[in-house]
Design a protein around this ligand. Structure first.
Ligand code: GLU
Length: 282
């Protein structure tokens, strides 16, 4: 009897070792897979100046892109091993859940309802929601002035909800929502006069404002948007590895250099010098 039990135990051990060595992706966490394969699929925005942009020559650039490169490097993946995939606000959670991307670095606020679906490392920076209007519009000077104004409703984004949702998420301001697929579409509608204001994170607005156009940012920040790195729900080991990388990004001076590079000339932005307190991986 004892011999049979021992034989069975040996078999079970062999099977689990085999599973660990096999190529079953879902068996290991992202950090382990990335280290072994030297590859990672990263979701970024393709249309947000200074954060995530795909250029006509096919290369990508921006603060989120550089953060992703740094984190990937710390996970053992060289730049050449990164596959860049466009994520718009509306498909960030499904792309992570379905495995189209391994991680999302795309102006992605850590929110309780999103935490139900994905795990967030970070935050790596805290942005603040602000308002951008046409240069000649004097009728909007503060968030309350958005009452009855046409604001952009970028699909899957939280920003419009910060205005129209009841507290605590929003301010219960009855603005008119004009749907758009992305923030670049919002900006086009603002200049085309089919809406009155684009309200979203100051970092996003700063990027668009730097492209020119007759716009002004009000400089009245009214939320904290903790930008996290989204990964598959429950991958705590990878989340912790990313958090370690993010604090190194600040302690070795990279973060300051990157913030200067991408936002150094933007007016009125308060850039951090230390890594924001981690949220905890769950
Ligand atoms: N940070 C906000 C969010 O994640 C607005 C920007 C965006 O949608 O990417 O909803």
């Amino acid at each position: 009897m004892r011999r049979i039990v021992m034989a069975l135990a040996a078999l079970a051990l062999g099977a689990s070792t085999l599973a660990a060595c096999g190529g079953d992706d879902s068996a290991s966490d992202l950090a382990t897979r990335a280290k072994e394969s030297k590859k990672i699929k990263v979701g970024i925005k393709f249309d947000q100046t200074a954060l995530g942009v795909k250029k006509p020559d096919g290369t990508v650039e921006g603060f989120d892109v550089d953060v992703a490169k740094y984190v990937a490097g710390k996970l053992g993946v060289p730049e050449s091993g990164i596959e860049w995939i466009e994520t718009i606000s509306a498909n960030r959670e499904p792309f992570i859940q379905q495995g189209q991307v391994d991680m999302v670095v795309a102006t992605y606020s850590i929110l309780p309802e999103r935490k139900e679906k994905v795990t967030f490392a970070g935050p790596y920076i805290v942005a603040h929601q602000d308002i951008m209007v046409r240069g000649d519009d004097a009728s909007i000077t503060k968030v309350e002035d958005l009452k009855d104004k046409r604001i952009c409703q970028a699909s899957g984004s939280n920003s419009y909800k910060r205005i129209t949702d009841p507290p605590p998420n929003g301010r219960d301001i009855p603005a008119k929502l004009v749907p758009a697929g992305s923030y670049s579409e919002c900006i086009a509608k603002l200049s085309g006069n089919t809406l009155d204001a684009v309200t979203t994170d100051d970092l996003i607005l700063a990027g668009f404002a730097s492209q020119g156009g007759d716009f002004k940012i009000l400089g009245t920040p009214f939320t904290d948007e903790k930008y996290g790195i989204g990964i598959k729900k429950g991958d705590v080991a990878t989340c912790e590895a990313i958090n370690t990388a993010l604090s190194e990004m600040y302690s070795d001076g990279t973060a300051t250099q990157l913030l200067q590079k991408w936002f150094g000339t933007a007016k009125g932005l308060q850039l951090p010098t230390a890594v924001p307190p981690a949220e905890g991986c769950s």
